[in-house]
Design a binder for this molecule. Structure first.
Ligand code: PGA
Length: 251
């Protein structure tokens, strides 16, 4: 039995005040909902205030990235330990925007995931192909390479703190969602690959989220797929009412 995860990736949106207002609005809307792990990922500067606003609530707080070292002369970086300190339980790693604009590689993702796990965080590890790669029928090759590289060397115990998010780059922020069947095909591929690499118990319990233009009108069909265990939601997670509606559809 895999507990679904519904995670809101707020990207570079919302001030501290706006972030706190959003979770204060969200809290009563999802109070008492069980059987789903709810996660919000505000910008770094809002993490502490959002965590404080959520204390006593079941809603989890996530960073959108982290560095792999705990501390040192690394100007501008934030370590998993500091995310923990700010109240986070999760961290998104290897989002396609980081891969595209900030030179994130499977190797850096791997180091970050290792550091996140050591600090006691759950890592939400993102993979996904571009439109050119899909058109060239290279989806499985690309996603397979990302999974092998990003998650090489992790034990069954480590995998308890890993969630994978499959996010086709062509579906992110474009309004173009993968069909539920297209998404399921890749999710099934990922689960089989993890089965091959890490065995049954890991692949059976691994949560694999779909991301890319998830909205209230398509989340139900996606969640009905056997290998889709939740969603990583950008644009549609920014409004409390819409985010809560999607959470309610999933339980
Ligand atoms: P979107 O973003 O829902 O706005 O497409 C998803 C993501 O980038 O995680």
């Amino acid at each position: 039995m895999r507990i679904p995860v519904i995670a809101g990736n707020w990207k570079l949106y919302k001030t501290i005040g706006e972030s706190v207002a959003m979770v204060n609005e969200l809290k009563p809307l999802v109070a008492g909902i069980e059987g789903v792990e709810i996660v919000v990922a505000p910008v770094f500067t809002a993490l502490g205030s959002v965590s404080a606003a959520l204390s006593g609530s079941a809603i989890c707080v996530s960073g959108q990235d982290c560095f792999w070292e705990e501390e040192g002369a690394f100007t501008g970086e934030v370590s998993p330990k500091l995310l923990k300190d700010a109240g986070c339980s999760h961290v998104i790693i290897g989002h396609s925007e980081r891969r595209l604009y900030f030179g994130e590689s499977d190797d850096s993702v791997n180091r970050k995931v290792r550091a996140a796990i050591s600090a006691g965080l759950t890592a939400i590890v993102c993979v996904g192909e571009t439109l050119e790669e899909r058109d060239a029928r290279a989806t499985f090759t690309v996603v397979g390479k990302q999974i092998r590289g990003s998650l090489d060397g992790f034990s069954a115990d480590d995998f308890k703190q890993i969630v994978i998010a499959y996010e086709p780059v062509w579906a992110i922020g474009t309004g173009k969602t993968a069909t539920a069947e297209q998404a399921q095909d890749v999710h099934e591929y990922i689960r089989n690959l993890v089965l091959m690499l890490s065995g049954n118990s890991v692949s059976d319990s691994l949560r694999i989220l779909y991301g890319g233009s998830v909205k209230p009108d398509n989340i139900k069909g996606l969640m009905a797929q056997p290998d889709i265990d939740g969603a990583l939601i950008g644009g549609a997670s920014l409004k409390a009412a819409t985010f809560a509606e999607m959470i309610r559809i999933c339980v």
